[in-house]
Design a binder for this molecule. Sequence first.
Ligand SMILES: [Zn+2]
Length: 304
Amino acid sequence: MSTEHETGNVVVLDLGGTSLRLGHMRQGVACPDFQRISSDRLRVDNAQQVLVDIIREYATKLELKLDVVVLGLPGMIDRQQDTFTHCNNIPQLEGQGLQASLSAALQCRVILEQDIMLQLLGEWRGGSAQGSPAVFGVYFGTGIGAAYLVDGDPYAQSAAGLQAGHIPIMAQGKPCVCGNTDCIEAYACGHTLLELALKHSCSVENLFIEKDNPALSAELETFVLYQSFMIATLVTLFVPDMIVVGGGIPQMAGYPQDRLISNVRKHLRKPYPADSIKIQWACLGNHSTLQGALALLDLNDPIY
Ligand SMILES: [Zn+2]
């Protein structure tokens, strides 16, 4: 996939709980190859410096002079104050001045965006959410990420500070990574699958294709039901035009995509929005971040 753009050389770094992915555009042309590095490299005291080193190493290896670096971060970004918080997976990156110090160290423009918003912007610009006036993205991965994009504007107040993975849904007292108990994320994300794999002595990758294990099947059914509860809750509250479901879990072998969708519709008011809500799967993969970066550059944001 290539995209013509007058933005020069752009490096995009998407920071996930398990791994970080680096991609780039050279003189506006997207490169199909992405590099994956373990996020553990950033779980150190000098995480900001390591982040700079990772981006520098990547650019040097590709002989790429940096014009713009776009980071998709799993946490809450306050652009006015240049603060980064709520990063449960890599708290070492939290604090003040991340954007300014990265920009100074890398000597280029640096744009920070919430990771799911960056991917959703990509789907809106060139993927499964093209043209949607109001799309809610729900991504089931290591954790649960969500973003709400209205009129393609990631800076709208309606989109700010969403922490949809931390809606409380249960009363079982299960701890969540955020410090609270009973958040949906504690019951329906990658951590939950790890626990199930351990409990049933099978590999995480094969969970949804395990045969002859009724106890596991029942637990996975409940897992998918919780995921649908979350989506139905968001549709009920925000009444978006479309839901985009992404992340690694729905792409796992044997994951019951049809059941997720039918569960969502089952728990929505009839006939509206049960029949009217569009539910799409994120389709761009890694490229969503490059498309998202282009969408951000199109905005000509005055702050960064
Ligand atoms: Zn939580």
